[in-house]
Design a protein around this ligand. Structure first.
Ligand SMILES: [Mn+2]
Length: 326
């Protein structure tokens, strides 16, 4: 199934000429990596392409070549005419935020994604929940189209695969993932430097916030569930320059006997809106939990946005996880 849809995606890419590329808001390694590598692929084919994102590139990814080709969404961009949109690493079109205003019914959408909860919103839907990352899928697209990698395209693909596999240690890491990473490594980029830019580049003020957060880890269900809360009052005085979500969650995941880790974050912009990020050590299907609240993702990593007071949302979500404990 996924092989047929890979061919359909490749055929559509050959057919069209002016591409809009986008991925989810708050872009991280996989969103940026797959966007940039696809951009270079289209350039190799002599196509026009513009990457448009709602949110800026986080500073820890500023080493990526081609980052200057990413444009931030403004309504004026509707004057550019596209004949195809490729959406990467998104379960649904809403995930690209404001950029979705540039997409109307007449514009064919190619949906390339690896989330099991994908809503198949495209004219072409190449969804492969077995793939470690959208970047691994773009890697396969290069292979399918017999296009060579170069230093510019290899680095973002490596970055996307590395970040979405938790540096090759999550269950989505396959033989193919390592083979792909091995092939990309031949282009000779500095792996320790890449790792350090992304993971060891945390502003000290964020570490202070991390310390505050971690001093309130709660556990329940005989220590199988652990959670932390980021209430607005903790976040208000500080503009988060660095996304701590992953760091906090990977720390909690490491607690002995944990099956599920949850981070509840009060949205600063909207009252009574809570962003919930979930991680599982493998036994609990947190995609199922997130889907119960209108979100989704992967079996071991997912998220949802829930409306209500922090304490109420927390109770509801924890209860749902408890139903899914092993
Ligand atoms: Mn991804």
């Amino acid at each position: 199934m996924s092989r047929i849809n890979l061919k359909k995606a490749a055929a559509a890419i050959k057919k069209y000429n002016r591409f809009l590329i986008s991925a989810h808001t708050s872009p991280e390694g996989d969103a940026l990596g797959s966007e940039l590598a696809l951009y270079f692929l289209l350039k190799k084919l002599g196509k026009q392409a513009v990457i448009i994102n709602e949110d800026p590139l986080p500073p820890e990814y500023s080493f990526l070549a081609g980052k200057d080709s990413i444009r931030l969404y403004t309504p004026a961009l509707k004057d550019i005419s596209f004949d195809c949109a490729v959406i990467l690493d998104c379960t649904d079109l809403g995930r690209i935020g404001e950029v979705s205003r540039l997409i109307n019914d007449a514009l064919p959408v190619i949906n390339i994604d690896h989330h099991i909860s994908n809503k198949k919103f495209g004219a072409v839907n190449w969804v492969d929940a077995q793939a470690s990352s959208a970047s691994e899928m773009v890697f396969r697209l290069y292979k399918e189209m017999r296009l060579p990698f170069d230093a510019d395209s290899a680095l973002p693909l490596y970055v996307g695969i590395m970040t979405d596999t938790g540096s090759f240690r999550y269950s989505n890491t396959s033989v193919f993932t390592h083979k792909a990473a091995g092939e990309l490594l031949r282009f000779g980029f500095n792996v320790p430097l890449v790792y350090r830019s992304i993971y060891e580049n945390i502003p000290f003020t964020d570490i202070q916030l991390l310390i505050k957060t971690l001093s309130y880890i709660h556990r329940t269900s005989a220590g199988k569930i652990a959670w932390v809360e980021l209430p607005a009052k903790l976040l208000r005085h500080k503009k988060l320059s660095f996304d701590l979500t992953d760091h906090i969650l990977s720390f909690i995941r490491g607690i002995r006997d944990i099956q599920a880790a949850v981070l509840f974050k009060e949205n600063l912009g909207v009252r009574n809106e809570i962003r919930v990020n979930l991680r599982s050590t493998g036994l609990v299907d947190v995609n199922k939990v997130a889907q119960a609240f209108g979100g989704g993702g992967h079996k071991t990593a997912s998220g949802c946005t829930v409306h209500g007071k922090l304490a109420d949302v927390r109770k509801k979500v924890i209860a749902k996880i408890q139903q899914n404990l092993k």
